[in-house]
Design a protein around this ligand. Structure first.
Ligand SMILES: C[S@@+](CC[C@H](N)C(=O)[O-])C[C@H]1O[C@@H](n2cnc3c(N)ncnc32)[C@H](O)[C@@H]1O
Length: 239
């Protein structure tokens, strides 16, 4: 089936930031979609700039400013008000997509936008183009697996959970990936200095972007939203 189709809202995963890590399908869509919505967070932490500039001419870009309220009702209300240009383009029969960093199914603004569009325009079909998730890109740089055999993974938005949740995840997993790590970096340090002593640490910041860093410790890590931490249980330890 040829893409893009009108009437469809495409959620296009951009990967971690390097245009080389885009899938061929995503690149093809970005080159041909008539309207490409680009979320711009109020924090100014977007990865999409370089990737979108490589594949999409400016005339096709619709910028959606995205405040980050924590309250779910406020998030839904905000997006219902923000997707009007996408709905107008879909109604006009244009081909429409929205980009998202990493993969669209992981903590992505696309999920909010897509549910707002479907609520207001229920006939809209949503198609998701997967992208390389940030933590897989971080593990690739270390050339070390996240999981092998019967290992278990916990994936948490660190700044949105408290230490008890982090510790419960560590009790039940062999690898714990902490996204949204910046604002929680001191709490992650305290967990590692206490109950999680001995776990290995991998810190990655701004993967595929200017200022990229990868380290085996949290030394010097600060409050950068575009950072993540991978914790691995020591191999000799048992659950
Ligand atoms: C809203 S979540 C989006 C996750 C994304 N959909 C994915 O698949 O990785 C944002 C978090 O992902 C992580 N992240 C996304 N892109 C990153 C990058 N280029 N470098 C480091 N961390 C990144 C950070 O932990 C950031 O706080």
């Amino acid at each position: 089936m040829s893409e893009p189709r009108s009437g469809v809202l495409y959620g296009v995963g951009l990967g971690p930031g390097d245009p080389d890590l885009l899938t061929l399908r995503a690149a093809g869509l970005l080159r041909s979609l008539e309207v490409v919505a680009v979320p711009r967070s109020e924090r100014g932490t977007d990865i999409s700039g370089a990737v979108v500039a490589t594949f999409v001419d400016e005339a096709r870009v619709v910028t959606l400013t995205t405040p980050m309220p924590v309250d779910a009702t406020a998030v839904g209300r905000g997006w219902r008000g923000r997707v009007a240009p996408l709905i107008a383009a879909l109604d006009a029969g244009r081909t429409v997509g929205m980009v998202t960093d990493g993969d669209p199914s992981l903590f992505s603004t696309f999920a909010h936008a897509a549910s707002a569009v479907r609520e207001l325009r229920p006939q809209t079909e949503v198609v998701i183009i997967p992208g390389v998730p940030s933590f897989c890109a971080a593990a690739a740089v270390e050339a070390r697996p996240l999981l092998v055999g019967a290992d278990r993974l916990a994936l948490l938005p660190a700044s949105r959970v408290d230490n008890d949740v982090m510790l419960a995840a560590m009790a039940n997993a062999d690898t714990v990936v902490l996204l949204k790590a910046g604002a929680a970096i001191d709490r992650i340090r305290s967990v590692l200095d206490g109950p999680a002593r001995g776990w290995s640490v991998r810190y990655a910041r701004r993967i595929g972007l200017p200022g990229e860093e990868h380290r085996d410790s949290l030394d010097g890590a600060g409050d950068d939203y575009m950072s993540l931490v991978i914790l691995r249980r020591p191999r000799e330890a048992t659950r």
